[in-house]
Write a protein that binds this ligand. Structure first.
Ligand code: NDP
Ligand code: HEM
Length: 511
């Protein structure tokens, strides 16, 4: 049934309204009046239909995602237009192949009822239903992230969520963490730039962000980064515009995405990859597995791959978008992981989150179920609603003599050379946190820089002085004009030893 259908459901044979039944299928004689002793009550315990109705309502909510709780999604198609077989044997990348997929966009920090047009990183989570299993690429609209060690993820997220005492978002916590974690500067600069508030999910890029691996038919490994470039063009709101939008509607993304797809205005993205030969990983000036870094385009140019189009709305938001479970652990032959520490942490975290949020057999829910045959030996537990013994009850263990599913050695990845002593290495040692944010800062024109300074100053409202000063010290190191521009926006004295006048001068934002 279409989501906007206002017609009561009719039996297709008789044309009559369907008969209301209990969940056990028995007809319901009265769905208006409780069963009572006398017209004034009390209600009788044997009115199990009333009890069922109230009990079901009490169980209609599941835990919201611990992060990325507010989301908007749709189905689409990946079409491959360019041959990249020399890098990967993944069937999803065969030229001409069309693969059905689901994409869920999200904000990170807000709860399910948060306003859509808030300044935040946007999630860009994709599930490709390939013929060799589901490939999930769970990315963001930014090519980098705030942290480079998964140990820091729960701490970082604490600073984005509500303060335990005030129950308010805390700019102090955010800037305290960021100013003590200079690896976050690159992502903070993107977040505070114009791209921090896209007007809707169709006007932004997506990135796989992490480095993954490709394995080709000859068993050779390449490192790969995935890019999804909007064909709709980048469009963003300023802080003032987003405040106006939120005053009118907290659901502006849902309205835009759902509306466009209902009208047949299907959004599209150019799909591109950057490829690094396996042995280059030891040669780059930066760690190519560091999630706070991009691979500069002049070193590793983007290679066209295909087009992603969103073209179908879900019929039921809860069943298909809320119950969607994406996990970076879902890879397919020809696509693999990398040593990126944050990716390694995520390989564990998502499936664990899904078992808590949705239950043990979340992969068997229709929206998550692969569209290819599935044969595994995971068996029972709550809500085992699928058959996987294909009529042969003797194949509940492996190896067995009864024709149960077996491994296929040809899918093994080539060995990955690893070296080093097991230890807790300081991830800040020998890692520059300023060069790439500087490259980004230098891309911005004067007006973009002015808005960046104003956005950061606004986000620092109420933050203690010592934290602001610590943060300004980092912005100075990216570029003296960066620190001074924020100082000017904060109405603080600029530092004399930095450039704020002359041909490179940056306009001071109006308060
Ligand atoms: P390039 O000039 O070759 O690439 C610049 C990239 O920056 C483009 O991908 C462009 O995306 C993107 N970009 C432009 N404006 C903004 C903005 N306001 N916020 C975020 N991204 C923006 O330079 P490099 O490859 O040497 O990278 C320079 C810097 O650009 C990096 O340090 C990084 O901050 C940023 N960047 C780099 C990417 C990469 O993979 N190399 C990817 C995205 C950002 P678009 O094509 O959509 O306009
Ligand atoms: C959602 C953990 C980093 C993108 C989630 C969820 C968890 C999580 C537990 C909720 C899953 C659910 O309940 O469905 C982590 C951890 C990280 C990390 C532990 C680092 C150690 C990242 C990074 C990106 C990212 C680097 C992007 C590059 C997303 C997206 C979602 C999400 C897009 C929403 C998925 C959806 O739409 O259902 N993350 N995350 N996360 N995360 Fe992460």
């Amino acid at each position: 049934m279409s989501a906007d259908s206002s017609q009561p459901s009719k039996c297709p044979v008789t044309g009559q309204s369907a008969k209301l039944t209990t969940t056990a299928g028995a007809p319901v004689s009265d769905n208006q009046n409780s069963l009572t002793a006398g017209a004034r009550g009390p209600v009788l315990l044997q009115d199990y239909q009333l009890i069922e109705k109230l009990a079901h309502q009490n169980r209609e909510r599941i835990p919201e995602r611990v992060v990325h709780a507010k989301g908007w999604g749709a189905y689409g198609t990946l079409t491959i237009t360019h041959d990249i077989a020399k890098y990967t044997r993944a069937k999803v990348f065969e030229v001409g192949k069309q693969t059905p997929m689901l994409l869920r966009f999200s904000t990170v920090a807000g709860e399910q009822g948060a306003a859509d047009a808030e300044r935040d990183v946007r999630g860009f989570a994709m599930k490709y239903y390939t013929e060799e299993g589901n490939w999930d690429l769970v990315g963001n609209n930014t090519p980098v992230f705030f942290i480079r060690d998964p140990y820091k993820f729960p701490d970082f997220i604490r600073t984005q969520k509500r303060h335990p005492r005030s129950n308010l978002r805390s700019p102090t916590a955010m800037w305290d963490f960021w100013s003590l974690s200079p690896e976050s500067l690159h992502q903070v600069t993107i977040l505070m730039s114009d791209r921090g508030i896209p007007v809707d999910p169709t006007h932004m890029n997506g990135y796989g962000s992490h480095t993954y691996s490709f394995i080709n038919a000859a068993g050779e490994r390449f490192w790969v980064k995935f890019h999804f470039k909007t064909q709709q063009g980048h469009k963003h709101y300023t802080n003032a515009q987003s405040a106006d939008v939120i005053a009118q509607s907290r659901e502006s993304y849902q309205e835009a995405l759902f509306g466009k797809i209902e009208r047949g205005e299907f959004p599209r993205w150019d799909v591109q990859v950057q490829i690094m030969p396996e042995e280059d990983a030891d040669k780059t000036s930066y760690n190519p597995f560091d999630l706070t870094k991009v691979w500069p385009h002049d070193e590793y140019p983007v290679i066209p791959v295909g087009t992603l189009e969103l073209n179908r709305n879900a019929d039921n938001y809860f069943a298909e978008i809320e119950q969607a479970a994406f996990s970076p652990s879902n890879i397919v032959p020809g696509i693999g992981f990398s040593p990126d520490k944050v990716l390694q942490g995520r390989i564990f975290s998502y499936a664990d989150a899904h078992r808590h949020r949705l239950g043990t057999h979340y992969e068997a829910l229709p929206v998550n179920a692969p569209k290819c045959p599935v044969h595994h030996y995971h068996k029972d537990g709550a809500m085992r609603f699928f058959q996987n013994d294909t009529g042969n009850p003797d194949v509940y263990y492996e190896p067995n003599s009864f024709g149960g599913p077996v491994q296929t050695e040809t899918y093994a990845e080539p060995p990955l050379k690893i070296s080093g002593d097991a230890d807790r290495y300081n991830h800040r040692d020998g890692n520059d946190d300023y060069v790439q944010p500087r490259a980004l800062f230098n891309l911005f024109d004067a007006a973009q820089k002015t808005r960046l300074f104003g956005n950061i100053a606004a986000a620092m409202d109420g933050v203690p002085d010592f934290i602001i000063e610590r943060a300004l010290g980092h912005f100075d190191k990216i570029h003296p004009d960066y620190g001074n521009g924020i100082r000017a926006a904060l109405k603080r004295p600029v530092k004399n030893d930095t450039v704020t006048t002359g041909p490179d001068a940056i306009p001071v934002p109006a308060k």
